[in-house]
Design a protein around this ligand. Sequence first.
Ligand SMILES: Nc1ncnc2c1ncn2[C@@H]1O[C@H](COP(=O)(O)OP(=O)(O)O)[C@@H](O)[C@H]1O
Ligand SMILES: [Mg+2]
Length: 357
Amino acid sequence: MTTEQELFVRASSLTIREVVKDYGAHRAIHGVSLDVAPGEFVVLVGPSGCGKSTLLRMVAGLETISGGEVKVDGRVVNEVESKDRDMAMVFQNYALYPHLTVRENMGFSLSLRRAPKGEIREKVDAVAKILGLEAILDRRPSALSGGQRQRVAMGRAIVRQPRVFLFDEPLSNLDAKLRVQMRAEIKRMHQRFRTTTIYVTHDQVEAMTMGDKIVVLRDGRIEQSGPPLALFDEPANTFVAQFIGSPSMNILPGKMTGEGFLTDGGVLLAADTSKTQARFYGVRPDDVTVSREGVEAVVTILEPFGSETLIGTTLGDAEFTAVVRERVALEPADTVRLLPNSQRTHLFDERGVRICG
Ligand SMILES: Nc1ncnc2c1ncn2[C@@H]1O[C@H](COP(=O)(O)OP(=O)(O)O)[C@@H](O)[C@H]1O
Ligand SMILES: [Mg+2]
């Protein structure tokens, strides 16, 4: 019998050094460096087209590397073929073989390696048990739900016992409910196997909830990397501040005066007046309350979620959002007084780099 213990692998370290990717004259990745420790779960997140898949595919060996190095356990693998890198990749389109059963799909890579039939059967059974796929081992992919297919694709990757797992937006094709379920499942799986993992997504919620470390990518460059809550609490710049967290952080342009931060729309907000270089003021919608001491804003939209209410407003000439826990008797065009929590505001300089907060 293959025990769960035997399925555990030696997780590798990954080192990405000044990696560059050029597609002809177009530079898609501009010298990215990143260290992934053995067993770590790193999420690469960023808007569509920022280079996430390109970077992942270079790590996997599916794309040539124009400059820099990718190392596995300290060894440069730039020239090593994909099949010899001992990594498994899971995509959003599950890429299962339609004519093979679940069992055959899961055992496929081991069959290719000419592993003994008994060993393949044992490993597939052990992984199927962990992922709850025992009852569907004889079915073909066409007879499976989206979630089951995704689980089989993962099972197939686990059976290979790779040193590194690479996920490229594996949940994008699933409906919202299933996505939340699979998110938890992938996380649990990682806690069990502790395989080094790079997980790509454009969804900041997935990034926040899944990663030990998040790397925010924009236009082929790293904007910031670190633990999820560190990025949330101390975003390096306005891009990360607005990308991480939902709804997005309010960012108001303006300047510091002797009295406080004066927005371009003429609203005065309490702030550390010693930070004279501040050009943007930021506060998350959750850190704003309705209060008599607040500044006047005009309500544009109300979105009651039940447990909380989103209040969209115009503050001076800028859009400004608050999310409050209490039920509010407000209507569009009403005036409301909003008070940012002064302990939770951020100031950024003219380049959008965070000064303090
Ligand atoms: N095969 C290719 N040929 C030319 N340009 C490409 C190719 N693949 C990706 N790109 C470009 O590289 C950039 C990054 O793409 P990609 O890595 O797919 O982004 P993401 O996965 O973050 O959405 C984009 O500008 C894209 O148009
Ligand atoms: Mg992509």
